[in-house]
Design a protein around this ligand. Structure first.
Ligand SMILES: *Cc1c(COP(=O)(O)O)cnc(C)c1O
Length: 384
């Protein structure tokens, strides 16, 4: 019989975590499955589909179903114990000798892993400004480049890479395109629909949204041999997320659309107001028309331009650090995407070799009153 389920929107399906109801109790909140092992049938089969806790878990599957729906992922989604565990699984699915092109401006810990561990693994990695498609095209080594890894908007300068353009270049060379879409979230962008092969999120960030879970996810466009390799890496290396974390993530994701929409709206307001601030030299936010990636962002992001922005203060590094010390509503901490707004002097975290300017403060906009957020920053900046 054909399915008669109406075409409910992503927002409706996410709010109800796909509408799962516990068959025994009819509870609208599904139970957390904690078992590590499952009874085998008398004929030796595993008819439930579950064998052991390391490869798979029913609570994990429920959260993955929401993520696969959000990303329109043909191959489904895979949850990992962190964003880094998810990202590194993609690189580990490559073979020694393979060449990778990655964004120069990207999440610092992953860039550092690529420069050290990935090289020990036998990969060669070139970092280019992928917001410039000519630079990306020129970095491809025909026959050797197997993966293009981009982050957009990219940490912490919020440069924008054209996902469809990058997919065209990767595919013409026989390579795959993977996108770290953590700061866009599926609320703004669905890279698989723009031609990407794999999407990665630090679900630690806006997907969970409450700064109380470390998790990562990969969503795959096609269940091809490469994807199967990634599935096997998660299973064999034991990188699956725990069931409690998957439950918390699912709870957090129910409000993704409300949070991400409100956070992006506040970030836009802050970007506009900070652009006119006498102590701010530059605001980096793709929603501003003067941002170099604005037109591409307007094409590949919907519902706003994300919750992340950075400011460069007029009086240099020490003034930036003093501003972060003075604010009270903004919390001085790393990470991003939570309901609470966070401020961070980024260059001192990233260390030597970072493309991050020393006078830059990274702002993760939460859901507080935007007038309070502006006033707190204004007071911190003016005290200089
Ligand atoms: C946080 C983050 C990661 C890493 O995620 P973890 O869960 O901390 O391992 C990767 N990419 C981006 C853009 C991030 O913000």
């Amino acid at each position: 019989m054909p399915s008669s389920r109406p075409q409910w929107s992503k927002r409706s399906l996410t709010a109800q975590a796909m509408g799962h109801v516990d068959p025994i109790t009819k509870a609208v909140v599904p139970p957390i499955h904690v078992a590590t092992t499952y009874i085998r049938d008398e004929d030796n089969a595993y008819s439930s589909g579950f064998v052991y806790g390391r490869p798979d878990n029913a609570t994990i599957r429920e959260a993955e179903e929401v993520l696969a729906m959000l990303e329109e992922a043909g191959a489904g989604a895979l949850l990992f114990s962190s964003g880094m565990a998810a990202a590194t699984a993609v690189f580990q699915a490559l073979n020694p000798g393979d060449h990778v092109v990655a964004s120069k401006v990207m999440y610092w810990a992953l860039r550092s892993w690529l420069m050290t561990e990935a090289v020990r693994w036998g990969l060669s990695v070139d970092f280019v400004e992928t917001d410039n498609l000519d630079a990306l095209r020129n970095a491809i080594k025909p026959g050797r480049t197997k993966l293009v890894w981009i982050e957009t908007p990219s940490n912490p300068l919020w440069t924008i890479t054209d996902i469809a353009g990058a997919a065209g270049i990767a595919h013409a060379a026989g390579a795959r395109l993977a996108v770290d879409s953590t700061t866009a979230s599926p609320f703004h962008t669905r890279p698989l629909t723009l031609g990407a092969d794999i999407v990665m999120h630090a679900a630690t960030k806006v997907l969970n949204g409450h700064s109380d879970v470390v998790a990562g996810v990969l969503a795959g466009g096609k269940a091809d041999a490469f994807w199967e390799k990634v599935v096997s890496i998660r299973k064999m290396q034991g990188a699956i997320l725990g069931p409690f974390e998957a439950y918390l993530l699912m709870r957090g994701m129910r409000t993704l659309h409300l949070r991400a929409g409100a956070q992006a709206k506040s970030a836009m307001t802050l970007a506009e107001r900070l652009s006119a601030h006498p102590k701010v030299a530059r605001v980096l936010y793709p929603g501003l028309p003067q941002h170099p990636g604005h037109d591409i962002a307007a094409r590949q992001m919907e519902g706003g331009f994300g919750f992340m922005l950075s400011i460069q203060v007029t009086d240099g590094e020490a003034a930036a650090i003093r501003t972060a010390a003075r604010v009270r509503l903004w919390k001085r901490a790393t990470s991003l995407g939570g309901v609470e707004s966070l401020i961070e002097h980024r260059a001192s975290i990233e260390g030597p070799g970072t493309p991050c300017p020393p006078d830059l403060l990274r702002l993760s906009t939460g859901i507080e009153d935007v007038d309070d957020l502006f006033q707190d920053l204004d007071e911190g900046l003016r005290a200089l």
